[in-house]
Design a protein around this ligand. Structure first.
Ligand SMILES: Nc1ncnc2c1ncn2[C@@H]1O[C@H](COP(=O)(O)OP(=O)(O)OP(=O)(O)O)[C@@H](O)[C@H]1O
Length: 333
């Protein structure tokens, strides 16, 4: 089962540049979360901070009693083995076959026999739909396959937390949809806690239990998928609609003068309404997969927090449950 990751008051700067400050959130065990945010807001820096590869100036990241920020390197290194990392480009060694790439962490970090390594690698390759491709080199396969190979490699040490950095980058919508389903199926099979960094609204809308968003050096939201997707917070709504109007500008954020000019122009123009985002159903595991235990725990947490959520989020959650019951689904209590 996945373990929870507790982030408390995390602040990261590079020299005078504060990347984000006072970030507090919990990735609940076995649940899938997405971290959104405009380019350059420090999402990758956040992932690296969770595993102790970058050291924030303040705050803690607690993983089963280990503080990935402040504990000695030896403890952090040990705890890092509980994470599986899926990088943007798969981060594969170009001269090694897919088999050897995926076997790499096992050979590096364990003393398993080659026969056992072979069993694990072939099983993980089958899990991500790469059975039979063991001998190929990374340069001989498509970008989507490279990403799946990166995911298989992230899975070989039985991670309890999986971090995915822009798993959809460079993929067409169909491959992105396959990958989204694969991530949900992997979660159903191994119940790992997952955090996916992406700009992709389709992934954010259909894959996770929870969504967070980094903006202007703050975590401006983190909560159930429905809460963020119905949020009226200007930066969140702008981002979700891909709208040039709003506080997010061409560079990281608009300056005050640009915002004031935009507000003046908007005041004299006829009001333009954003279309309402319809919240699509969350992806379910492929038939034949086990039910997601993280989804069941998430449903229980939602019950407890429902009264405290904004009305539109409550409505969206209840509508989703009704739809699921009508469709005869499981898990969404
Ligand atoms: N090692 C480093 N030293 C100095 N600055 C860094 C370092 N790593 C990242 N940065 C800076 O931190 C900021 C956030 O970078 P990061 O790659 O985390 O953003 P991001 O949100 O993942 O962006 P994108 O969505 O475009 O991938 C950038 O301004 C980047 O230049």
């Amino acid at each position: 089962m996945g373990i929870k990751v507790v982030v408390e008051g995390l602040t990261k700067a590079f020299g005078p540049q504060t990347i984000w400050r006072d970030v507090t959130l919990t990735l609940p065990e076995g649940e899938v979360s997405v971290l959104l945010g405009p380019s350059g807001t420090g999402k990758t820096v956040f992932l690296k901070s969770l595993i102790g590869l970058l050291k924030p100036e303040q705050g803690r990241v607690l993983v089963d009693g280990v503080d990935m920020v402040n504990d000695p390197d030896r403890k952090v290194y040990e705890a890092r083995r509980r994470f599986g990392l899926m990088f943007q480009d798969g981060a594969l060694f170009g001269s090694l076959s897919l088999f050897d790439n995926i076997a790499f962490p096992l050979r590096e970090h364990t003393r398993k026999k080659e026969s056992e390594i072979r069993r694990i690698v072939l099983e993980r390759m089958e899990m991500v739909g790469l059975a039979g491709e063991e001998r190929k080199l990374p340069g001989q396969i498509s970008g989507g396959m490279r990403k799946r190979a990166g995911l298989a490699r992230a899975l070989v040490l039985d991670p309890e937390v999986i971090l995915c950095d822009e798993p959809d980058s460079g993929l067409d919508p169909v491959r992105t949809a396959y990958l989204s389903q694969l991530l949900i199926d992997v979660n159903a099979r191994i119940d790992a806690t997952m955090l996916i960094v992406t700009h992709n609204i389709e992934i954010a809308a259909t894959v996770p239990d929870n969504i967070g968003m980094l903006y202007r050096r703050d975590l401006i939201a983190f909560g159930p998928r429905e809460a963020l997707l119905t949020s009226q917070e200007p930066a969140v709504a702008q981002f979700l609609h891909g709208d040039p109007r709003g506080p997010i500008g061409m560079s990281e954020e608009k300056d005050a003068a640009a915002l004031a000019a935009e507000a003046k122009a908007a005041a004299s123009a006829a009001p333009r309404r954003r279309r309402t985002i319809e919240i699509p159903p969350q992806l379910r595991p492929t038939p034949g997969m086990p039910p997601r235990r993280g989804e069941q725990r998430h449903a229980q947490r939602l019950d407890a927090m429902l009264p405290s959520l904004p009305h539109p989020a409550q409505q969206a959650i209840l509508a989703g449950r009704r739809n699921r019951q009508e469709a005869g689904g499981h898990g969404g209590a």
